[in-house]
Design a protein around this ligand. Structure first.
Ligand code: URA
Length: 234
């Protein structure tokens, strides 16, 4: 199997990232720095990246978790907080989160050991819409909703058109569904703040057509074959 595919299937990096690691001399095969990007890995070869051995291909796993509030989207945390790895600890594969949700955002997050899929889904040119339910402070007027739809300045960056639907409103707060396909840091919170309706609660309810449904916070489910195919091709 070609070396970049071998590395991607071991859940370490995407194929493209693996090519970069090889180019930069970070990959060794049987103790020697690999100079040949098209190298075909043979049985018994010892592959290392920056000194750490890369295991053989793992079974590819794809799961959807419902990230609870108060949990970090990282593999480790130096402050010993709960991480999304705690949700999938009974799965025997080195999964990692695809993209991130803030500590105070709950909802849909994909975890996988498929480096290629993770790379594609988080690449800025990738246009999969992520849908959020936001409870925002105050009344979101039609004029403000229209501004969000057109795009707003969130500090040196103007957002692309968003899909916005007002679900319910009182004088004090509005429940809104918003779908965006960009992933700037705290983007949804910044967008609502930009129109004067700060977010009070935020939940991601869908990634493209993969919906959270009734999955409970802190739980996971495996993606269906159709969902995996959809995410590979969307
Ligand atoms: N936008 C945010 O503001 N927070 C998230 O966690 C995701 C999107």
């Amino acid at each position: 199997m070609r070396i970049n595919k071998y590395i991607a299937q071991a859940g370490v990096a995407s194929r493209r990232k693996a090519d970069e690691l090889i180019r930069c001399g970070n990959v060794k095969v049987n103790g020697a720095v690999l100079r040949e990007p098209g190298y075909d890995v043979q049985e018994g070869d010892r592959v290392e990246i920056n000194g750490a051995e890369v295991g053989g291909a793992q079974k590819l796993e794809y799961v959807l978790i419902n990230k609870p509030l108060g949990m970090v989207t990282t593999v480790e945390d130096d402050r010993d907080r709960l991480t999304v790895m705690d949700v999938v600890k009974d799965i025997d594969a080195r999964l990692f989160p695809v993209g991130r949700l803030d500590y105070n955002t709950s909802g849909a997050l994909i975890m996988t050991n498929d480096g290629d899929m993770a790379y594609r889904l988080t690449h800025p040119k990738h246009e999969v819409y992520k849908t959020y339910r936001a409870l925002v402070k105050g009344v979101l007027s039609n004029e403000r909703a229209a501004r969000l739809r057109r795009g707003v300045d969130i500090g040196g960056f103007v957002t692309s058109p968003a899909k916005v639907k007002i679900l319910k409103g009182t004088q004090h707060s509005t429940l809104v569904e918003i779908a965006i396909h960009e992933g700037k840091n705290r983007q949804v919170r910044k967008m609502f703040a930009a129109v004067g309706n700060p977010v009070q609660e935020l939940e991601r309810v869908a990634i493209g057509e993969v919906r959270l449904g009734h999955l409970k916070p802190g739980h996971y489910r495996k993606l269906t074959r159709e969902e995996i195919e959809y995410l590979k091709n969307c």
